[in-house]
Design a protein around this ligand. Sequence first.
Ligand SMILES: C=CC1=C(C)c2cc3[nH]c(cc4nc(cc5[nH]c(cc1n2)c(C)c5CCC(=O)O)C(CCC(=O)O)=C4C)c(C)c3C=C
Ligand SMILES: [Fe+2]
Ligand SMILES: [Fe+2]
Length: 342
Amino acid sequence: MKGALLVNLGSPDSPEPKDVKKYLGEFLMDERVIDIPLVARTALVKGIILNTRPKASAAAYKKIWWDEGSPLIVLSERLKDKVQEETSLPVALAMRYGSMTIKKGLQELVDKGCDEVFLIPLYPQFAMATTETILVLAEELREEFFPNLKIDSLPPFYNNPDYISILANSIKNELKGKDYEYLLFSYHGVPERHIKKSDVTQSHCKIDGSCCATPSKAHEFCYRHQCLEVTRLVAEYLELKPDTYSTSFQSRLGFDPWLQPYTDRTIERLGKKGIKTMAIATPAFVSDCLETLEEIAMEGEEIFHEMGGKEFTTIPCLNTNKDWVTFLANKINNWSKNGVEA
Ligand SMILES: C=CC1=C(C)c2cc3[nH]c(cc4nc(cc5[nH]c(cc1n2)c(C)c5CCC(=O)O)C(CCC(=O)O)=C4C)c(C)c3C=C
Ligand SMILES: [Fe+2]
Ligand SMILES: [Fe+2]
């Protein structure tokens, strides 16, 4: 029997500092998130970050936490329930970090009789810190605990025409009747080093502004290319005028160079330039979460207003958008009939 497992990032069990510390400890000790040797990673994460960040992160989580729990978890659960309504295959949900483990998700499907699982990382673009870490862990778990299970996975779908039209239409609908002079596409950032590590050619990705627009085999694993493509394709679909939109990267951590331009500085620059109304879409996230509800909708708006901006519209993620639910259900149903599409 076949089943599907949706996998998102995860959240702490509660917005209390002790739960946030436990969650950040697991997350940041992942060698594909903080990709430095174990001794240095342990010293950085356990010796420095976990002594300071949990308190500040917990305060941020408290601002966005819902009665039912973490928005990211609640919205992912709602998504899973809606997808389940559109397929006869069992669908389960897991998180890469935290209590809703991938092991539990696979076990749930095995207990229902599944011997083939379609793994769906809930990220449109590939990144070593997201898609890759899910695939690697799922394979390790399969080898150790579920040796008879066959696991296929959905490749990144950043340039899938259906996904692009669903995203573009959701942006269009959210902006209907709203004033905006500028649309910013803000993606979660990654250290530049991650892009170079994922470059299968080891020579293409120079992060120099033009490499991501030059066709290359490297782009199958280039997060920067895939983000820029989403912006380009959505802008084309919505017929946005040049100079009324751009791409930026948010949520940087630490002192290494991350992908640029940074979102906070871009908002600042737009405000200073005299833009009075702007909107912001966050296509690296399919469910609203701390990074969209707090960092963008609260901090981003504050920066814009401080710079003289008037109207700041944060466009919700796809969440339980009907067409997005159908997109995922179609992927599951097609896999069940034909296997993984080329
Ligand atoms: C080195 C650190 C980090 C990398 C690399 C990174 C990549 C990355 N993350 C997401 C998606 C999400 N990240 C979220 C929160 C979050 N991310 C980091 C660090 C890195 N992320 C931290 C420390 C945190 C926790 C919050 C904080 O302390 O600031 C979330 C939200 C989780 C939630 O509970 O709501 C998401 C989603 C992507 C897509 C990505 C690379 C492409
Ligand atoms: Fe992150
Ligand atoms: Fe590139």
